[in-house]
Design a protein around this ligand. Structure first.
Ligand SMILES: Nc1ncnc2c1ncn2[C@@H]1O[C@H](COP(=O)(O)OP(=O)(O)OP(=O)(O)O)[C@@H](O)[C@H]1O
Length: 332
């Protein structure tokens, strides 16, 4: 029997109250499971709610954003209902967060070593004196840089230093929001390879947000495709890449060059993601969908099981040509 996921996100909804007639619903009833040691990629265009989802999982949202419904269960404990004190004890020790820009996350006027020490001091957990040096070595940085200030390191080294900090307590889960996006392509790949090697060596799970499909294809086990605040496709990365079931996933895949495959013209997705205070009725992708049909603007699709993946598309609803049952019914 498969083990219980270490992270269970259920029906999670996050709204930004911007003072308009309706709130921006950036994450809308999202369900997500992450198992121990699993690498889960979350992809989608800019503005689809990926970062908001990660911040909500880590309980790092601040006004005007708020979780309006749902649970985030980490190792069986509901983080949404947890006090800030308890959360602070879990962060870094049991799960850590690595954000887009290490320059913003690291304190510019404190050495790397002092920042590592501060993170250790904030927890009761005993940590060996040489742990900061050890984690820096793990990410390929000479421990001499414990004395360096963030501006003395290259962009790639700063991101590595952040990952080293995230590893101080050997957490079970690391949440990463585009940690490689500020780097050049070569540094990006080398950091990704290193993250994957560390993950395999130390066994932590990763939730990794990116808009780069070609980057994630080589590294993630499971893929979550988000569109307009919703999960629109979900499944093993290979299965989604080989047989994308949602027209949006197909569009994302067609918009990125294959590194090794034959040269084919790149096709973008016309238009842009909707205003999440006023999303389109029915399927949210219908105004941009090349496969749109009469029901799409009228009926909100559920997630349907389509072979090995799940997709929120009426093409796969019961009675459609490629009929499938809604996932909720299939589970019961
Ligand atoms: N502080 C804010 N106030 C109001 N709306 C916000 C705020 N931050 C984000 N949003 C809205 O929430 C939605 C989701 O944004 P989010 O940053 O989570 O998307 P994303 O997929 O991570 O995009 P990116 O790849 O650009 O980071 C967007 O429509 C965005 O306009």
């Amino acid at each position: 029997m498969p083990s219980r996921p270490i992270l269970e996100v259920r029906d999670l909804t996050v709204e930004y109250d911007t003072g308009g007639d309706r709130p921006v619903v950036a994450v809308d009833a999202v369900d997500l499971d992450v198992h121990a040691g699993e690498f889960v990629g979350v992809v989608g265009e800019s503005g689809c709610g990926k970062s908001t989802l990660l911040f909500a999982i880590a309980q790092l949202l601040s006004p005007p954003a708020a979780i309006t419904s749902g649970d985030v269960r980490f190792q069986g404990q509901n983080l949404v209902a947890m006090s800030e004190k308890k959360l602070a004890a879990l962060r870094w020790r049991d799960f850590s967060v690595v954000m887009q820009s290490a320059m913003n996350a690291l304190n510019p006027v404190t050495s790397i070593g002092t920042q590592f020490r501060d993170a250790i001091m904030a927890h009761d957990e005993p940590v060996a004196d040489d742990r900061p040096a050890e984690v820096l070595r793990l990410v390929g940085i000479d421990p001499i840089h414990l004395r360096s200030y963030p501006h003395q390191l290259s962009g790639g080294m700063r991101q590595r230093a952040m990952i080293a900090m995230a590893l101080l307590f050997t957490p079970d889960l690391i949440i990463m929001d585009e940690p490689t996006s500020a780097l050049d392509v070569v540094a990006q790949r080398s950091l990704m390879v290193q993250i994957k090697e560390l993950q395999q060596q130390l066994g932590f799970a990763v939730v990794f947000v990116t808009h780069d499909m070609s980057l994630i294809s080589h590294f993630s086990d499971q893929l979550v495709v988000m569109y307009a605040g919703q999960v629109v496709e979900l499944g093993a990365t290979r299965a989604v890449f080989d047989h994308p079931a949602h027209p949006y996933s197909k569009g994302l895949l067609d918009a990125f060059p294959s590194i090794r495959g034959p040269k084919v013209p790149l096709i973008g997705i016309p238009g842009s993601p909707p205003d999440l205070a006023h999303p389109p009725s029915g399927c949210r992708f219908n105004p941009r969908c090349p496969e749109v049909f009469a029901d799409c603007p009228k009926i909100e699709p559920e997630l349907y099981q389509v072979g090995a993946v799940q997709a929120r598309c009426l093409l796969h609803a019961p009675g459609a040509a490629t009929a499938a049952e809604p996932v909720q019914e299939a589970r019961s």
